[in-house]
Design a protein around this ligand. Structure first.
Ligand SMILES: [Mg+2]
Ligand SMILES: [Zn+2]
Length: 176
């Protein structure tokens, strides 16, 4: 069984400008590569879980999303970061699907393909729905990023950079 780090995309991997689907609007968040590398050093497998209702809303197509994902994974690879898989929900809130976070469909799909020890896994997100997903899916630890109130996270930081610095400095006491 492997430990997993589940990352939200918009707001965690890239700056959330709202419905980002173009390469030129995709700006990596400061510290994201180093943060992921830290988890890789502690034997985590990396997954991305992203709500992409922009597809359902017709703001961009699945092809647009896939093209951006392919490019993003190429950049990660250049940084020696292997992302195991990217899971996405293309639906609208009113579709009441089971994959839109905080519903657990993407985690179920992930567990069907990968052997993961959720009791030693982490999730990092910037919305209440991310942290609620961690609870709903029984992912042991979660980190909320952002300067507004999010309930129920294990750790909370204003910025991803401060999160990275804290984890780096406290590697020995965090149960990686
Ligand atoms: Mg987000
Ligand atoms: Zn969905």
């Amino acid at each position: 069984m492997s430990k997993a780090l589940f990352l939200d995309r918009d707001g965690i991997v890239n700056i959330d400008y709202g419905y980002v689907y173009k390469q030129e609007d995709f700006q990596f968040v400061e510290g994201i590569f180093e943060l992921i590398m830290l988890f890789i050093q502690h034997d985590y497998h990396i997954f991305i879980l992203t709500n992409q209702s922009g597809i359902g809303r017709g703001y961009y197509t699945l092809t647009d999303f896939n093209n951006l994902t392919t490019w993003m994974l190429k950049i990660f690879k250049e940084k020696k970061i292997h992302i195991e898989e990217v899971f996405y929900c293309p639906h609208l809130p009113r579709d009441y699907c089971d994959c839109r976070k905080p519903n657990t469909g993407m985690i179920k799909k992930c567990l069907n393909k990968h052997t993961i020890d959720l009791a030693h896994s982490w999730l990092i997100g910037d919305k209440q729905s991310d942290i609620d997903l961690a609870h709903n899916a029984h992912i042991a630890s979660s980190i909320a990023i952002g300067d507004y109130e999010i309930k129920g996270a294990t750790l909370h930081f204003d910025t991803l950079l401060s999160c990275k610095e804290y984890l780096e400095e406290n590697q020995a006491i965090i149960s990686f």
